[in-house]
Design a protein around this ligand. Structure first.
Ligand SMILES: Cc1cc2nc3c(=O)[nH]c(=O)nc-3n(C[C@H](O)[C@H](O)[C@H](O)COP(=O)(O)OP(=O)(O)OC[C@H]3O[C@@H](n4cnc5c(N)ncnc54)[C@H](O)[C@@H]3O)c2cc1C
Length: 272
């Protein structure tokens, strides 16, 4: 199938991109890696009047690591983030999750920030942004704002991005020293979106946080003060998720997976 007709803009600077987006307002959509948007357009599930292709805007393909954070620019491809050694040393969870995102060919083109904006409920990176107390930085021609992970994801394929805004970066906080992390999931085939996925950060004192994907409208964050208490863990997970049935799995199976994967993820993180 072919997309509906659309206007195409290729800005050469950030200022030009923001001006074009301001002019287009709700008619404009950013094109980053195109790995989600282009299939949606081809299937006519999305028909933006205009695309703003930011792939030729310099300075957005960065991965910056400092004492507290890993900051990923809008054009940093999944592969770039996955293989960045400084980012891995600061926050191994990024690589642990990215290795499960699609196939290498898609990771070579798809961007991590694009994945956050796309906000697929089965996507791994929204869970990572929640677990690492991250935020997304949104720019317009007039200014910028940071939106914390807990407020950014609004529902399936919906985030707090306003017309005219460009997500210029995502910032992930390094977990506390001595923390251990893991990401596990079950998908029908390697590289498919997960039926259910779970990321975990286990603090040196044994407290843990897990985030589940594929079992609700967006990432479901659960804080476990005593991750050893299996019964309590089960009820906290049950309260946080709202699994639905689709052609891949029943709601009951997804709930079952959520419990199994939380346990598996915590074990893997502790053994890391
Ligand atoms: C077969 C297949 C399997 C996949 N499996 C997985 C998976 O298992 N897990 C997973 O997480 N993802 C998966 N993906 C999606 C992949 O990770 C995409 O790369 C990602 O979802 C979107 O990134 P993108 O750069 O390609 O964005 P695009 O497709 O270019 O854009 C996606 C959406 O985000 C908006 N957008 C993108 N960047 C910005 C920005 N900087 N500012 C404002 N708006 C922006 C676009 O306007 C559009 O609405 C899969 C894709 C395919 C084709």
């Amino acid at each position: 199938m072919k997309p509906a007709a659309f206007a195409y803009h290729r800005p050469r600077s950030l200022a030009e991109a923001l001006d074009v987006l301001a002019e287009l307002g709700a008619d404009g959509k950013v094109l980053a890696g195109g790995q989600s948007l282009v299939p949606l357009m081809s299937m006519r599930l999305s028909s933006p009047a205009a695309l703003v292709d930011v792939n030729h805007v310099p300075g957005l393909d960065t991965v910056e690591v400092d004492q507290d954070t890993v900051r990923v620019g809008a054009l940093a491809r999944h592969t770039r983030v996955e293989h960045d050694e400084a980012a891995y040393a600061a926050a191994p969870l990024l690589r642990q999750a990215l290795q499960l995102v699609a196939h290498p060919t898609i990771r070579n083109r798809g961007t991590s920030v694009g994945s956050l904006v796309h906000a697929d409920p089965a996507s791994e990176l929204p869970a990572v942004l929640c677990l690492l107390d991250g935020h997304v930085t949104l720019r317009t021609a007039d200014g910028s704002r940071d939106v914390a992970a807990e407020h950014f994801f609004r529902g399936p394929m919906e985030c707090d991005l306003r017309p005219g805004e460009l997500a210029v970066s995502a910032t992930f906080r390094r977990p506390a020293a001595g923390s251990r992390t893991a990401f596990v999931e079950v998908a029908r085939r390697h590289g498919d979106y997960a039926i259910c996925g779970v990321g975990a950060v286990v603090s040196p004192d044994g407290a843990a946080r897990v985030a589940l994907v594929g079992v609700g409208d967006g990432p479901a964050l659960v804080r476990l003060t005593d991750a050893e208490d299996t019964g309590r863990t089960r009820s906290l997970v049950d309260a946080a998720i709202e699994p639905e049935a689709d052609i891949h799995a029943s709601a009951d199976y997804r709930r079952h997976l959520a419990h199994v994967l939380v346990r598996r993820c915590l074990d893997e993180a502790r053994a890391a």
